[in-house]
Each structure stands twice: as structure tokens, then as C-alpha cells.
Design a protein around this ligand. Sequence first.
Ligand code: ADP
Ligand code: ZN
Ligand code: ZN
Length: 760
Amino acid sequence: MAIYADIIIDISTEKLDRTFQYRVPESLRDRVCPGSLVSVPFGKGNRVITGYVVSLTGEPEFDPDKTKDIIDIKEDNKDRPVGTLLQLAAWMKHHYGGTLIQSLKVVLPKKTPVKPVEKQTVRLVASEETVKACMDEFERKHQVARLRLLKALTETGAMDRTFIGQKLNVGSPVINALRDRGLAEIERTTTYRNPVVTGIYGKKISELSMDQKHVVDAVLSRYDAGDMKPSLIHGVTGSGKTEVYIDIIDGIVGRGHQAIMLIPEIALTYQTVARFTARFGDRVSFIHSRLSAGERYDQFLRAERGELDVMIGPRSALFTPFPSLGVIVMDEEHESSYKSEQMPKYHTRETAEEMAKISGAAFIMGSATPSVEAYRRTVTGIYELYEMPERITGGELPVVYTVDLRKELAEGNKSIFSDKLKELMEDRLSHGEQTMLFLNRRGYTSFVTCRKCGFVYKCPHCDVSLSLHRDKKLHCHYCGYETPMQPLCPECGSRYIGGMRAGTEQVESEVRRVLPGARTLRMDADTTRKKGDYERILSAFADEEADILIGTQMIVKGHDFPRVTLMGILAADMSLHTGDYRAAERTFELLTQAAGRAGRAAASGGERRLMGEVVIQTYSPDNYAVITAAHQDYKGFYEEEIAYRSMGDYPPEGHMLQILIEDKDESRALSSAESMAEYARGFMQDGPTGIIVSGVPHDAHIQVIGPTDASVAKINDVYRKVIYIKSKSYELLAVLKDGIERDRAERKAQESHVEFDFNP
Ligand code: ADP
Ligand code: ZN
Ligand code: ZN
């Protein structure tokens, strides 16, 4: 039987965005594999050019008599990781849509020359005694920023200066002050290499807890047995997951393989860096958004050459070309930053799972609030579940009060703050402790609720909240259903019905009115426009320059302020009614995270114990996301949520493909959208002709919704239409998407810009 190779020609030009098929001559059979670099005759004149083999098949796509032969192999690449990455790119193109070039650009980093950069390292040089004396002095004088930096330096030895600024929220005056006191030195080095930090050595944990040891042993013995089933570690914050990751990675590195450690960018703190460098020294590298393309490429090169064992970073670290990848770990698996916003709109969890499969590596995920998708896979047996329900330090979870805002209104309190929250804020103020006020508003959507009875308008077809548009009508983002807004609540007839639009600015002025003595800081999109704003606000709050920090989601992620003992969530409803199927999940996650921010440290000054208290204010105290979050009850939440998803055929129970069509010409946007919807509707009747559909169940079908205006119908004079297509079978949606792309190409109807988004 003849073998054919699908080859992608000249990666740098977008015009040739498809594979070309060539026959593999007998003499090259043993050497050609996906990833091989080969020379082939191309075009009419049979010019000899090079290309990468993407896949091999026994089925010729065209007339075998007209198929040309591969001329020669330039590099078989049998042992290089590039084959894995090409395979992954092909999978991504099929799974998420877009061109192969788009996927290749994500997967294969561009070779860019690296400019030398100057690095500054701050190194601790004083003796232990001097350090101790200075710490006492800083403590006494309440010089918190100095104290914070000095503490970090004693833990780490030395740290990168930029990193100190960004992650420790400490500025130059403080660094210089330590230098002038003879505590620290600033070293300047010019380097091509970019280990984020040099010479950081964190403490080693002496012994793992029983829970930790159980997980590490189980994962490693499954690895040794060749059981490559992915693992999900569900462990509360502080249960010691990071230590588990480190030990698993250490074990697999010890077996001669390498590791990729994925973390959300915001979680790359100096503590994380210190813990990994303590174990892996200069065999670990970090990539993050501040690296230039060249620096990033350089890190990848080090990995490929075998100079590294561990690569840590956000989602792009997944594409590190290690020679023998042994494990991929993904921390905070539920984080939305793992989903790419650009074509291909890939999800890191799915892509990492595929990458692990292709490379024969283990795949470990961890989270305190796993995504419904991932947890579902533990229930169906696709992932192995490990539970770590207790904090290592035995720290208590905060006390949570849920306040019914409907009752507050009935009792005549029309303010943003419930009586309970106001009372606790006053208490904190009088004890010199800090409060965070969290407004979990998302995006530009505005839902309508009744402040008397809690009624919310919902789409009768999609069971998601409707949002109020400028035309004064309520719209469904999925199906375009609309209904006029009534002046009175349809449920209870009250006139307290309207859009919920409180902003952080309003909250701040209300705080000033209610607590005139309180010093406030505000963190939202407005106050963090300029570079450095974000760090400045966090550092001011850490330095106790304010009593109350008011902010959006930015304040709940990843930051620990030891003197915060109260967290007020002003309106849980804000994220609960965002009009998409993930609203409840996001609310549960945000409330759980926010609750975890309060009272994380034991008392330092010997005053009363710093107990965490949380107030959740809501018009929907009976909503399951609110109730389960208040009890930190993940399983309870999951049970309710999966039932809802199942009823609406929402992911992971069903799958959903969103097609976004953009065009400056509105009628063309609409006609493009309509012809795509038409193609999709005809797809099932005619059957997916000419395509081999494997992995699609016989009874799978699709449901086409739309086209309708996108939730943001126009941006910069570009009109935006959406189509939603639902199916039980992901593969069927992927094949349909391929069909739509082919159909557009055949009709040469590619004027409108089109983006696909699976399970948005
Ligand atoms: P998570 O990643 O689940 O939030 P961490 O791994 O960060 O938890 O652990 C929380 C804290 O407990 C850290 O300060 C860590 O140094 C400490 N810790 C973790 N494991 C142990 C252990 N076995 N013994 C003592 N302290 C530990
Ligand atoms: Zn009402
Ligand atoms: Zn609808």
C-alpha cells in the first residue's frame, strides 16, 4: 500500500494555508514521520522547496497518478519535539477552527534575535543579626514596605528588581533605602539569557502531610505503571497543592523527563519562584508577559537543548519544545485566562490534554474550584480525582453572613450597605483592621431585577438572564429573543424594578458618606489605566495607607493582605445574571475566592485574633451558587449546576459553537451570517458528505440558533452578528465548522471576518 504525506509548505506565507499531499517513496518510508523536514517539487515548474510533514495517511486525497513524490529528507526529526508540536497545531486547527498558519504561529514560536538586556538583581548582604535588628526597627516604625522587602529577601537571598516592583509592590525608594542601610546590594548584569530571577532560594518543606503524600505517591505509581489518565486535584486554597506539584515534577524529572508547569500570570509571585528555584535551581525557567518574543524564544531554545527540566508560565508555556516531556501540571485549572481570546480560541486544558497524549506525558490539574467541565470528567472516569479538603496550617475558614437585600429594602434601608456590613466595617475601622469591598460586575451587560422580590427577566428559550439595551428592550444574547421592559415588576407589581448599575465610584462616595473617617482606595478599569497603577494601589493598601479597598475582580485574585479581616461582596447578583450559561459557575468561583481573601493570616501584633468575616449581599439568597459558596460547598454547587447544564444542553453536557461574523457593511455581515446558518441547517439533511466522520454518534444532531446581533452589536463601526450551534457531539460541530470554511472558500465569500469559538 502506498503511503501519502500531508505537507505544509513554507510556514511563513499565509497564502499557502493548506496541506499538499505527496507520495512517500519506498526508500524513505522508514524515516518520514510527522515533523520531518522534506524537499518536494512544487507548482507547475516543480521548483524544489521544503516543507514539514504534518501527517501520514494510506488514503490518497487526489488521483494517485497525479500525486508527486517527496524528493528527499532534510531532517527526519524523529527525535525532535517539533513533530509533536506540528501534530498539536493540526489538532488545534480542527478543534478550534481558523487557519493552520494561525495554529502554527501559536505552537511554534518565531525565531527572533535577542537583544542584550540589563538586569538588576537585589541581593541580601547583611548578617543575620543586622537583619533581625532592622526588622524590629521597621516593625516599630511601621515601615511596612521595607519590612516586606527585607522579609522576602531573607527568604530568597536575591531577587530580580523588576520582579520586586511588580510582584512585591515595592518601589525604588524602598530598595534604595535598604541599599543605603548596607542591607542589600544592587548588581547590574548584561545578559542574553533571562532567568527571571537569579539566586533565589526558598525554604524547603521538610515533610509532606499525609494527604499530600497520598496524592504524590498515587500519581507517580500510576505514571510508572503507564497509566496516563489525567488527574484533577481538588484542594482548598492552602491545602498544599503547590508542594504536591513540585514533588510530582521532581519525581518525573528524576526519571529523566521534563515538566511544564502552567499557572495564571497573576499567580507568578516571588513565593512561587522561590519555591521552584529552591528545588530545581537553574534547571527551571519562567516565561511571562514581560518577556520579549526573543527572550521567550531563547527560553524555548534552552529547553530544546536539554538545559532545562522545568518551564513555568501562563498558557504559552505549554508549547515549550522539551525533548522528552514527562508531565504537564496546570494550576488554577478553572481560570478564564486559560482560554485564548484570539484565533485559534483554544482552551489550555483541552490542548494540554491533547499535548500530553501526543507526548506520552502525565497531565495533572489542580484547583480549589474546578471548572464544571473538568469535574464532570472525574465523574465519568476520564480523569482521576484527588481531594485535599484541609488547609495545611489548619487555618479556619472565614465566617460568612448572607444578607437578603430585599429585606433591607423592606426595612427601609436603601443604601448600598446592609446594616450588618456597615456595623462590621465600623468595627474594623475602630480596630485598625482592613476591609475589602468587592463589586463583581462583569463586562457591559446590564440585567434587570426587582429590588423588592428579586425577580429577574429570563429568556424563555435559553434560561439565561436578559439584558437591557439602549432601545429599552430586554434581549437574549443567545437567541435574540426580545421583550419590552415593563414599568412594574411582573411578579410582585412593585416599581423597584430596574437595571443594576452600581459602579465602584458610587461605592466609594457612599463609604465616604457613611464612614467619614475612613481612608479609601479604589481599583477598577478607570484607576488602573496607566502602567504601574495596579502595583501602586496594591502596594499602598499593603502598606496600610488605606482602611478600605474597593474594587472589581482585580482585587480578589491572588493577593494576600494579612490585615484584611472583612470582605464585603456588595451584590452577588452582578455576576449571577450576566446572560450566559457560565454565570452561576463564575459567581460561585468569585464568591469562594473573595471569601478566601479575608483573615488569611494569624494575628501578628498580639491583639485580638484576626478572624475573617465575609458579608455576601444579594437579592437572590436562595440561589444555589450563593448558598453553596457561603458554605464553601463545591460538590453541592456542582450537583445543581450540572443539572442545569444538562437541561439546557449546555457544556459539558452538550457543546456549543459560536460563530462571530464581523463586517463594516451591515447587510453583508447579515447575509454572510445567514448563508452560514443556512449551510449549517442543510448540513444534517444532506449529511456531512465527502468527509469521513469518525467519533460522531449516530444519533447526534445539531441545533442552529440565529443569526442575531452580538451582545456588543457594533465596535468601531464594525457590525457584529452571531450564530450559535449546539450539539451533543463536539466532533460533529468541528466537522460542520470545516464544512462552513470550505463552503465559504468555494463560494469565494470570504469578505466578512469570521471567528469560531467552541464552548465560549
Ligand atoms: P495551595 O497551593 O494548595 O494553595 P501551598 O502549597 O501554597 O497550598 O501551601 C500553603 C502553605 O503551606 C505554604 O506556605 C506552604 O509553604 C505550606 N506548606 C505546604 N506543605 C507543607 C508541609 N507539608 N508542611 C509544612 N508547610 C507546608
Ligand atoms: Zn418584584
Ligand atoms: Zn434565548
